[in-house]
Design a protein around this ligand. Structure first.
Ligand code: KG4
Ligand code: ZN
Length: 338
């Protein structure tokens, strides 16, 4: 009998649902919340309210797409073998919506519940599809809240071997973008403007941090001081070059540490994951470095880079195979270690 899992992701400002059957993703619906744009960042209270509005239609759409031959909601729900949800980390009000929905469903259908760690799921997004890395592999996980180098021994044995000591790479993109007057989230906008810019036009500080750790708070300060010295109108006239130079600096910091991690571990299966892995400079950069250094590189499809429930579903599938189920008492947690 195939194993069918419904997964729900609601850790921040995307409401997403996905169905996977034997590790194959059949659907992945994502409702983005545009309400935050005007505030320059995610407003937790508005995020939870939007999750409440989105969750039923998003889950319904994911089930209908996965099982088009089943005509009633009940028949689709009865096909499921487990319900998975993002338990941590994230905004507590947002996590609560997904957790309560998943727990209610599991309880009413009498199906097992699987709690998933969001950062583990970002890494395992690389196991979706045909072209996946063998174990062990290294993964540079770069999102709005985290920047980590992870050594994956097996799907459920992940070891963080390096991480940021302050801001995450996504924050470096978003905070720099804010200084340039760009709207939130600024990462994709920097990426867009950078394509027509000169990455070597402006130089920004690269931190010297020991081991495999990162620091991005100095970059934001370096961009701020540089902009304060310029004449009015400078940003508008140099937007493309500024974006290209900021992106180049962030990507350089990331790739240098990834190269060090490969040298230290001898592992040449190398992946990227998380929202920032959608960045075209990073995607091209890791491919080029992989070719030069003889690595096998893996990059998730765009839809599986930023927050999505397919990555929760694939992680839940491996947990299901290992018999790692959760008690119905389990609650969400804003912060959580692996
Ligand atoms: O993984 P994610 O969707 O959510 C978190 O778990 O944090 O990552 C969101 C981050 C934001 O900082 C956003 O600006 C960044 O990913 N991001 C990008 C790009 N697309 C998303 N940063 C640079 N270039 C992009 N194309
Ligand atoms: Zn994420």
């Amino acid at each position: 009998m195939p194993t069918c899992i419904l997964a729900i992701e609601s850790s921040c400002d995307e409401t997403s649902a996905s169905v996977c059957v034997d590790g194959k993703i059949l659907s992945n619906y994502i409702a983005n919340q545009t309400v935050h744009e005007q505030f320059g960042g995610v407003v937790p209270e508005l995020a939870s309210r939007a999750h409440m509005q989105n969750i039923v239609p998003v889950v319904d759409a994911a089930l209908k797409t996965a099982f088009p031959q089943l005509l009633t909601p009940n028949s689709r729900l009865q096909t499921l073998d487990a319900i998975a949800f993002t338990q941590s980390p994230g905004l507590i009000g947002s996590l609560l919506v997904g957790a309560q929905f998943a727990k209610s469903l599991a309880l009413s259908l009498n199906k097992p519940l699987i709690a998933v760690h969001h950062m583990q799921a970002h890494v395992l997004a690389n196991l979706i599809g045909e072209d996946k890395p063998g174990f062990p592999f290294l993964c540079l996980t770069v999102s709005g809240g985290h920047t980590q180098i992870v050594l994956a021994h097996s799907p459920l044995e992940l070891e963080v071997i390096g991480e940021t000591i302050d801001d995450a790479a996504g924050e470096a993109f978003d905070k720099s973008a804010k200084l340039l007057g760009l709207s939130y989230p600024g990462g994709p906008l920097i990426d867009k403007y950078a394509t027509a810019g000169d990455p070597l036009k402006f130089k920004f500080a690269e931190p010297q941090i020991p081991e495999l750790n990162f620091s991005f708070s100095g970059l934001k300060t370096s961009v701020l001081y540089f902009l304060q010295k310029q004449e009015p109108g400078f940003i508008e006239q140099n937007l493309h070059d500024l974006c290209a130079s900021i992106q180049y600096t962030i990507v350089n910091i990331l790739l240098k540490k990834l190269k060090k991690a490969v040298q230290q571990t001898g592992i040449k299966n190398v992946c990227i994951a998380g929202g920032v892995s959608a960045n075209s400079g990073l995607r091209k950069g890791i491919q080029a470095m992989g070719e030069r250094e003889g690595w096998k590189t893996f990059i998730p499809k765009f839809d599986y880079c930023t927050d999505n429930a397919a990555m929760i579903a694939i992680t839940a599938y491996y947990k299901y195979l290992a018999g790692e189920f959760s008690s119905i008492e389990v609650g969400p947690s804003a912060r959580a270690e692996w």
